[in-house]
Design a protein around this ligand. Structure first.
Ligand code: NDP
Length: 513
């Protein structure tokens, strides 16, 4: 029953606490780390998770004594797993060096165990193999659930009962989707918490591992020129844009069930908005930051259907070239109403942001690949230059752009004088292009997040109350769109998206770019 489960969870909690008491903490040499990648035969595990662990190993970021187990239903030997994953490991970390030796050292630490996700017996077998490798040392275990969400609770139940650490910590990283609305998300959290404490659950949103997320805090809170302007007094609107220049291309099965609002807006874009708009946290500790994020998320009014445009890309034929539309994709149902594009106006009901529209735009199969936050400032009062010189720049306002894709950059659009006689103004950029200033390649998002999970750093993972607040913003809208069977506005593949976006922008006095 639930009592047994929660007491199991309590035990783990006590063990976590005990393991962290300074004078009983074993030296590093006495502890081992076992990583279990559940769903090891899948795309995510092969293309992202194993390569990220390898990059950390290459960078000497993994503990000395570590073992990685792949787990899944597919029958595979240790050697077969090694062959499969070796194809995706590369020497990205330092291209000048030959890292084949490192790859073979890493592969020797990788093993595979085949089993069902709901079989406690199979997890017990896994536990026995893990114990063999641990050799009686303090055991820390990190599970990565790279399986469909339907398997999460079974895996967590079996792992908790049969294959969790009994003298160190056990943590579980869960991939999105975390439900499809407020109710299903709460149910998932409730189900997981039968077996785990909140501080054992690491909900991953890999975009949070991108440089921008950390840098947003630094930009805002360590530069005097920004923070005092960060409010309704100076900011006219904020646009958060996520545009991809390709469609689902045969991978629509997952997407068709979720749509762009659930796939991108409710999580990544709302997280960006929360970091952008939150109040100053007391410290940089995970709980302080997450407390502020929850506060601002709870201040956002649920999105109204009046303030939303949904779209879906359509195919076209030009000469002998033909581009398939969303519903032409074999993995998507022919009469699907799933939006591949959405634009929404969000309003934050607090004193800092009252009346400032936050416009989120996300879409697939658009003309460009772009991820950015665009902050448009108000006019300089008085309009001195326009009045005195009838200037060419009509009311040009400052704009700050924080760009993640195509290139990481931060630039500020300012007005300046064109050199020469007379007084002609020009708009120009103060531009920080990261790859020019910092040529060393940045780590992959997954690397940062996996390292944080190993260290118990929760800042970039999503807490359950944060998740609830994020779903509350979009759930009523999602329900209404589905109940009304709202037809998305069609837009051609590789276009700027539905025309309706410009009307939506105009309604809120936003100049869309
Ligand atoms: P896969 O569909 O490749 O599934 C991973 C593994 O899970 C499979 O190899 C299979 O292993 C097992 N599995 C698949 N379907 C079922 C099923 N119906 N019942 C039981 N087991 C099943 O997914 P991905 O690797 O692409 O992604 C893993 C999870 O992460 C998914 O839930 C996805 O939603 C999420 N995700 C993926 C991203 C990506 O980039 N791919 C990005 C963000 C999230 P076996 O048959 O060996 O048991």
């Amino acid at each position: 029953g639930a009592t047994t489960h929660s007491s199991a969870a309590e035990n783990v909690k006590t063990r976590e606490k005990e393991a962290s008491i300074p004078f009983t903490r074993p030296s590093k040499a006495d502890s081992t780390l076992t990583i279990v990648v559940v769903g090891a035969s899948g795309d995510l595990a092969r293309n992202k998770i194993f390569p990220a662990f390898f990059a950390l190993f290459y960078d000497d970021q993994l503990p000395e004594d570590f073992t990685i187990f792949g787990y899944g239903r597919s029958p595979m030997t240790d050697e077969e797993l090694r062959i499969t994953i070796s194809k995706t490991l590369n020497c990205r970390v330092d291209k000048r060096e030959n890292c084949h030796d490192k790859i073979s050292q890493f592969l020797k630490r990788c093993f595979y165990h085949s089993g069902q996700y709901s079989s406690e017996e199979h997890f017990l077998e896994l536990d026995n193999r893990i114990r063999e490798k641990e050799g009686g040392k303090i055991s820390n275990r990190l599970y990565y659930l790279a399986v469909p969400p339907t398997q999460f609770v079974d895996v967590v139940r079996c792992a908790n009962r049969r294959a969790s650490s009994d003298n160190g910590w056990t943590r579980v990283i869960v991939e999105k989707p975390f439900g499809r609305d407020s109710e299903s998300s709460k149910k998932l959290t409730r189900d997981l918490k039968q077996y785990l404490n909140e501080d054992q659950i690491f909900r991953i949103d890999h975009h949070l591992g991108e440089e921008l997320f950390e840098n947003l805090l630094v930009l805002r809170f360590s530069n005097l020129v920004f923070e005092p302007l960060w409010s309704r007094d100076y900011i006219r609107n904020v646009q958060i844009i996520f545009s991809k220049d390709f469609g689902v291309e045969g991978r629509g099965r997952y997407f068709d069930n979720y749509g762009i609002i659930r796939d991108v807006m409710q999580n990544h874009l709302l997280q960006l908005l929360a970091l952008f708009a939150m109040e100053t946290p007391v410290t940089l500790d995970a709980e302080d930051i997450r407390n502020e994020k929850v506060k601002v998320l709870r201040s956002i009014k649920p999105v109204s259907i009046e303030d939303v445009v949904v779209g879906q890309y359509k195919g076209y034929t030009e000469g002998n070239m033909s581009v398939p539309g969303y519903t032409d994709d074999p993995t998507v149902s022919n009469n699907s109403l799933t939006p591949t594009f959405a634009a929404a106006i969000l309003s934050i009901n607090n004193s800092r942001w009252d009346g400032v529209p936050f416009m989120m735009v996300a879409g697939k199969a658009l003309h460009s690949k772009r991820v950015e936050i665009r902050v448009q400032f108000r006019h300089v009062p008085g309009n001195l230059f326009n009045r005195n010189f009838g200037n060419n720049l009509n009311n040009a306002t400052n704009e700050l752009v924080i760009q993640v894709q195509p290139d990481e950059a931060v630039y500020l659009k300012i007005n300046n004088k064109v050199p020469g006689l007379g007084m002609r103004l020009d708009r120009s950029d103060l531009n920080l292009l990261f790859k020019k200033r910092y040529p060393r390649e940045a780590p992959e998002a997954y690397e940062r997040l996996l390292l944080d999970a190993m260290r118990g750093e929760r800042r970039l993972f999503i807490r359950s109350d944060e998740l609830d607040a994020a779903w509350a913003v979009f759930t009523p809208l999602l329900k209404e769109l589905e109940q009304k069977k709202t037809a998305p506005e069609l837009y051609p593949y590789a276009s700027e998206g539905p025309v309706g976006v410009h009307y939506l922008g105009a309604k809120h006095h936003i100049r869309c770019v």
